[in-house]
Design a protein around this ligand. Structure first.
Ligand code: ADP
Length: 455
């Protein structure tokens, strides 16, 4: 998950926690308040009923009931139970009827406030003594208005909670999006910097914040990289150039030696050996020079529209000359009808060198067994698949075959320097393409090259 989304989510969860805790707090206290005020109202009524019952004088009793009727009114489901001293039977009956716990009765006996709430019903108990007479009133009623109020509060809180969450998440996302915009800008800029434009630098806003510090650090690193790349590039180019002239002289002199009449057989063999090795070294230095150039400068000025099918045909004829015994077959079955889907923007000489390397390797590492070259299409890419039935590449070494001078452990019997594939890889990358390798030791290898269409 992106940090940006993670921040929005954490922000939302935290706020949800706080709102929930606050809602529970408000709900509990409001409920307690409403419950207490209802208990109090019920107790006032119980007290009046109790006192009215204490009087044997009928007119006194009706005065109490009048007051209750006129000034207090009835509560929903209001019910009063009067227990006079000695009415043991009635106590037992009530105990069986009412759901109140035994502690409720103990509190009445101790003349403490006895209050109980269950199933939306409130129960109160009073122990009244007046003029030597004593009785107990146990009253119950339902606070319909209070329950409705609590229900409304609950609904309000639930709806409010969800609306708040939507707002918090939306604003959290917008906020984190804004915070991360400078980082995304840096990522975009850094992605655009490669070996070909190492002189580019990130823009510094001058805000002296962490983002500016990060951009500065990147720029410092790019400075160091540019210097190192330049040094390496110059060294490889200069060294290759410097090697070329003496090598040409050596092979020229060896050829002269070979052309001398009547030279002893041993000297002839020595000249031949010098000539062959000098040629190898020449090939190696020019490959290294190409590798350095494709890796650092590129040759963009020579770019054209190139048809891949024609290029592969020219690769085949080049291979026919170098290796007349090859069994390379070109498969045009999947060729797209639209010619535009066969064109790439690129440098013909470099692309030819790249595909020649891949196909020559396939011939070399399969001892000239059949090699198939298939041209097709996939998405916005031209795909060239080169498949051989050769020695294959050990699984754990596949990742390294594009590293300069790397040679797999099963190649002792074959000559090579480990420069061809790194060069090929650089060329394909210069053309915004990529290479995929599938290989099974003893069965064969498939190189799949993807190059984007040139329009
Ligand atoms: P080399 O001169 O050794 O052929 P490359 O750079 O062309 O150098 O290839 C690097 C390594 O990749 C080779 O040494 C070999 O181990 C492996 N390789 C390349 N192509 C094939 C192939 N078609 N079959 C098996 N191994 C291959």
């Amino acid at each position: 998950m992106k940090i940006q989304n993670r921040i929005a989510l954490i922000f939302t969860i935290l706020t949800a926690g706080i709102i929930l805790a606050l809602s529970v707090f408000i709900y509990t206290f409001t409920r307690k308040g409403i419950e207490n005020s209802f208990f109090h109202r019920l107790e006032v009524r119980a007290d009046i009923v109790g006192h009215a019952s204490l009087h044997e004088n009928k007119s006194q009793t009706s005065i109490y009931y009048d007051i209750k009727e006129k000034h207090l009114g009835d509560l929903p489901y209001e019910q009063h139970n009067i227990i006079r001293s000695g009415e043991v039977e009635k106590v037992n009956q009530l105990k069986a009827q009412l759901p109140v716990p035994p502690s409720f009765y103990d509190q009445i006996v101790r003349k403490e406030p006895a209050r109980y709430f269950e199933n939306d019903t409130s129960y109160v108990g009073l122990n009244i003594t007046q003029e030597g007479k004593n009785l107990i009133v146990i009253s119950k009623a339902v606070d319909l208005y209070g329950l409705e109020e609590m229900d409304n509060l609950k609904n309000l809180m639930v709806i409010g909670f969800f609306i708040a969450m939507i707002f918090v998440f939306t604003f959290g996302k917008l906020f984190s999006n804004q915070i991360f915009e400078p980082i995304r800008r840096i990522i975009r800029n850094v992605k655009g910097i490669n070996a070909h434009n190492l002189n580019q630098r990130l823009t510094i806003d001058g805000t002296k914040d962490e983002i500016d510090a990060l951009s500065n650090t990147f720029n410092d690193m790019l400075d160091r990289l540019e210097i190192t790349f330049d040094m390496q590039n110059n060294f490889v180019s200069n060294a290759s150039h410097e090697f070329r002239t003496p090598l040409t002289v050596i092979s020229g002199e060896a050829q002269i030696g070979l052309s001398l009449p009547q030279i002893p057989e041993e000297a002839r063999e020595s000249f031949q050996m010098i000539f062959r090795e000098a040629e190898k070294l020449e090939h190696l230095t020019s490959s290294m020079l190409s590798l350095a150039q494709t890796g650092f400068d590129g040759k963009r000025e020579q770019w054209d529209k190139i048809r891949i099918d024609e290029l592969i045909l020219s690769v085949k004829s080049a291979i026919d000359q170098i290796l007349p015994t090859n069994s390379v077959e070109i498969n045009f079955d999947d060729l797209p009808d639209d010619e535009k889907k066969l064109e790439v923007n690129g440098n013909e000489a470099l692309l030819k060198a790249a595909f020649t390397n891949i196909v020559l390797n396939s011939c070399k590492y399969s001892d000239n067994k059949p090699v198939s070259v298939k041209i097709g299409n996939e998405g916005s890419n031209i795909v060239v698949e080169v498949t051989d039935q050769g020695i294959g590449i050990p699984d754990r070494e596949i990742a390294q075959i594009f590293v300069p001078f790397f040679r797999a452990s099963n190649t002792n019997k074959y000559k090579g320097y480990g420069i061809g594939l790194p060069l090929t890889n650089n060329i394909i990358k210069m053309h915004q393409g990529s290479i995929m390798v599938k290989s099974v030791v003893g069965v064969g290898t498939r190189f799949i090259t993807y190059l984007p269409f040139g329009y």
